[in-house]
Design a protein around this ligand. Structure first.
Ligand code: R1P
Ligand code: GUN
Length: 293
């Protein structure tokens, strides 16, 4: 269950991959972006792109889900050096949890300071509508309750401490910045704040499960992001995350709605432009150790 040395995702493996990437490009990213299902267009915002197919990157897993292109894109966004995962990995694809989160450690070793994650999620909060964008303020790690945590196994102190705090997982300044930028862009009507719950997937939730999650305090449900957040915080990167509410979770036995991946991708296409605007405007205003103004 736990990674052995030479497992393909220890410190040396991550370092080898990061060092290889740094020999292939002069871009030294300070922001790392992860594109959720159907949100890969975010990578198209980057200028002066250097693109790597995941299959050509040593130690990197492959994307297997429709709507996840499987490319790592380096580039600049209004002068800020960025790296963008056009496609992420999920537990249900069958990868060990440490492999899903390996790119976060590679981001760290590339010099990334801030990670911005996006995902597609089902809305549990009855005030949410399809197309709303939820700024994630906290999470519920359901697989973690059963011991499925990306940090389980021997701790490598070069990445972080054995018992990392998670009450500050989502950077409050970045949440406020998203709200401010969203307001300036005229997005207030569809911008929300809430709690994201991760499940293992790939089956969508039953009605009883949706009702339970809502009662537990979750506003949206999905199958990603949380493992990446835990790994990114463990190694000291700042985290911002948002969910695009692509469908309403079915909470009612009278409903004829059925969750499906096609609707998820379709909603992603409809909101793509606004999400690009929001993320790019935020990137230009995030402070980093170097001044890129
Ligand atoms: O979380 P992202 O990668 O956006 O994808 C979401 O969309 C897929 C289901 O349609 C699941 O993989 C779920 O997690
Ligand atoms: N688990 C889960 N993941 C999603 N991703 C997009 N929509 C959903 C949903 O309703 N449930």
């Amino acid at each position: 269950m736990f990674p052995e040395q030479n497992s393909g995702y220890g410190y040396e493996d991550c370092k080898a991959t990061a060092d290889w990437l740094l020999t292939q490009t002069d871009i030294r990213p300070v922001v790392g972006i992860v594109c959720g299902s159907g949100l890969g267009g975010l990578a198209d915002m980057l200028k002066d792109q250097v693109v790597f197919n995941y299959k050509d990157i040593p130690n990197f897993p492959q994307s297997t889900v429709r709507g996840h292109a499987g490319q790592l894109v380096f580039g600049t966004l209004k002068g800020r050096p960025c790296v963008c995962m056009q496609g992420r990995f999920h537990l249900y694809e069958g990868y060990p949890i440490q492999k899903i989160t390996l790119p976060m450690r590679i981001f760290k070793l590339l010099g990334v300071e801030t990670v911005m994650l996006t995902n597609a999620a089902g809305g549990l909060n009855q005030d949410y509508k399809v197309g709303d964008v939820m700024i994630i303020k906290d999470h519920i790690n359901m697989p973690g309750f059963a011991g499925n945590n990306p940090l389980a196994g021997p701790n490598d102190d070069r990445f972080g401490v054995r018992f990392p705090c998670m009450s500050d997982a989502y950077d409050r300044e970045l949440q406020q910045l998203a709200m401010d930028v969203g307001q300036e862009l005229g997005y207030s009507d569809f911008l929300k704040e809430g709690v994201y719950c991760v499940l293992g997937g790939p089956s969508f939730e039953t009605i009883a499960e949706c009702r339970m999650l809502h009662r537990l305090g979750a506003d949206a449900v999905g199958m990603s992001t949380v493992h990446e957040v835990i790994t990114a915080r463990h190694c000291g990167m700042r985290v911002f995350a948002l969910s695009l509410i692509t469908n309403q979770a079915v909470m009612d036995y009278e409903s004829k709605e059925k969750a499906n991946h096609e609707e998820v991708l379709q909603t992603g296409r409809q909101r793509a432009k606004q999400l690009e605007q929001l993320v790019s405007a935020m990137v230009t205003r995030i402070e980093h150790s170097q001044n890129y103004a």
